[in-house]
Design a protein around this ligand. Structure first.
Ligand SMILES: Cc1cc2nc3c(=O)[nH]c(=O)nc-3n(C[C@H](O)[C@H](O)[C@H](O)COP(=O)(O)OP(=O)(O)OC[C@H]3O[C@@H](n4cnc5c(N)ncnc54)[C@H](O)[C@@H]3O)c2cc1C
Length: 500
């Protein structure tokens, strides 16, 4: 049995992909010694819930954890070592170097790992060297750092993990800032802006691109943007999150600190084309930088394991890296885009968990394949949903599809009933094969359930004709007859006919 060869399995990273990998390795190989190294104090939490700790919509930090370390140790016989940072890997001798971290205050049920690793062959109190048969790298992503004067001030934050979240929360509770500037108008920037405005902080997002959410088509983003910033005019509960200002085509030139406190009080903004004359200043009692992420793979050293875009680890469908004994999964590695066939950086929780399962099974001697992703994403921000799957029109043309894009707006449910809103729909179709290549939707309700149908249609290679015929559900409170999904496909079929 292959599994018997892979007795010592080490996993780097104790969150979504790492714990999925460790758990699947255990299912595959009941006899393996499986150890998870986590540099932080926490394991098994949903980073996706972090914005809502700041907004106060999640009150108890313990509720964002799925399992405590004791669960993995007692129920799955997986050793969890928190406060253990892997600092180097030697694929040739099959050893990793682990540095012990200072443990910070944390919710008690979740921080206690089992202490020092038992198979250490060298220990100088701070660093240990361990050998492995199979290694699984699940080290996630890290924020892109911004090189702007003042970025080291105490009220300039990044937002990626629990420690960042606690620092932001503490700062808000203690200093009660009235204004904030978010650098970056991607979905994380928008989520954190939503959380801050929910607490009453006047928030400005600045985004260097000409539009926020740059991975969406412009008209979808415009629809979303206009609805979000129009919130002041809506009902009283919605007004609680008003005050958001979004500025595009601009960047932070400097974070301006007070000479007495060292803290930032304003941000100087300039146009992204570098024009000096149009600089201006906005108030900012705090700054949160959310300027993108890259794979957290710096500790691997250069040239030992093949990496690609954003330093993400290149893997096969079995999640195997360029080194046979090393597997990887999650935000630290590339994912195959099912539509284009190319490996891309698609960092989502679902991809991390599915790829983690495959990596774990294979590291333990199994033979499983992660087929990849159609790059599906959804966000709900300021009461508006926006979602995408597959290719946008630009990417479809880049990949030389004979692409056409069709757009329209349909009601989310029967117009006569309260709460019905518009859903802006965009689909991209390959005129040669009639297959759906991509879909993007924005609107007030039911966007993600519809994007999931498109995601399934794209992954299944459905034509627009077959997608039109899908038997979607209808009731006056939930959809129209037929649903927006069928209607946009129906329109596309008519347009394709007229193009002949
Ligand atoms: C604010 C926020 C909101 C999000 N919202 C969504 C969402 O709505 N939908 C969605 O699909 N995705 C969302 N994501 C992304 C999602 O959280 C990630 O895709 C997912 O967590 C990736 O899992 P992972 O295991 O690869 O990485 P992570 O969850 O980042 O885990 C990696 C772990 O490895 C540890 N580690 C790193 N280096 C080392 C080392 N050298 N030694 C030991 N341990 C190490 C880290 O401390 C970390 O705990 C969000 C992320 C954030 C930050």
């Amino acid at each position: 049995m292959l599994g018997a060869l892979y007795k010592k399995i080490l996993v780097i990273g104790g969150n979504a992909s790492g714990l999925a990998a460790a758990s699947q390795a255990r299912r595959e190989n009941p006899d393996a010694e499986i150890t998870v190294f986590e540099s932080g104090n926490y394991i098994s939490y949903g980073a996706c819930g972090l914005p809502y700790l700041i907004s106060g919509q999640i009150k108890d930090i313990n509720s964002i954890f799925t399992y405590p370390p004791s669960f993995f140790e007692e129920k799955r016989n997986i050793r969890i070592l928190t406060g253990h940072r892997v600092t180097a890997i030697d694929p040739f001798t099959k050893k990793i170097t682990v540095q012990l971290q200072a443990i910070r205050q944390a919710p008690s049920a979740f921080i206690n790992g089992s202490g020092l690793a038992g198979n250490a062959i060298k220990c100088d109190n701070e660093t240990i060297l361990l050998d492995y048969d199979r290694l699984i790298i699940c080290s996630g992503a890290k924020p892109v750092l911004l090189d702007v004067p003042g970025a080291n001030a105490p009220n300039v934050f990044y937002f990626r993990d629990i420690n960042d979240t606690l620092s932001i929360q503490n700062f808000i509770n203690e200093k009660k800032p009235e204004s904030a500037c978010i650098i970056g108008g991607g979905s994380t920037g928008l989520l954190i802006a939503g959380a801050l405005t929910e607490t009453g902080i006047k928030t400005t997002i600045i985004e260097c691109n000409r539009k926020i959410l740059n991975d969406y088509e412009k008209d979808i983003t415009d629809f979303f943007h206009n609805n979000v910033t129009g919130y002041e005019n809506k009902t009283s509960s919605e007004q609680a999150i008003s005050g958001i200002k979004i500025m595009t085509g601009v960047k932070a030139v400097s974070f301006n600190a007070s000479h007495t406190t060292g803290s930032i009080y304003s941000v100087t903004i300039g146009s992204c084309d570098g024009t000096v004359s149009d600089k201006f200043e906005i108030d900012a009692g705090m700054v949160i930088i959310s300027a993108g992420i890259t794979a957290n793979t710096g500790f691997l050293g250069t040239g030992r394991i093949d990496t690609g875009i954003k330093n993400a680890i290149k893997v096969s469908g079995m999640q195997q890296s360029s080194i046979n004994s090393i597997y990887a999964a999650g935000d630290c590695c590339l994912v195959k885009n099912i539509v284009t066939g190319s490996f891309e950086y698609i960092p989502t929780a679902a991809n991390a968990i599915k790829a983690g399962r495959v990596a774990g099974a294979n590291a333990a001697g199994g033979h499983e394949i992660f087929e990849g992703s159609v790059d599906t994403k959804t966000d709900m921000i300021f009461g508006m949903e926006i979602a995408r799957t597959g290719l946008d029109s630009k990417k479809a043309l880049e990949y030389r599809f004979n692409a056409v894009r069709i757009t329209d707006t349909y009601p989310s449910h029967m117009k006569a009933l309260p709460g019905s809103g518009n859903i802006f729909c965009s689909i991209v179709i390959d005129k040669n094969t009639r297959k759906i290549l991509g879909a993007q939707l924005a609107g007030a309700e039911g966007v993600s359930k519809r994007i999931d149908v498109f995601a399934a249609a794209i992954a299944g290679g459905f034509t627009v004709d077959r997608t039109y015929m899908l038997d979607t559900s209808y009731s006056p409170w939930t959809s129209t007859a037929p649903d927006a999904i069928n209607r946009i496909c129906g329109k596309a079929i008519s347009i394709l006919k007229s193009l002949k």
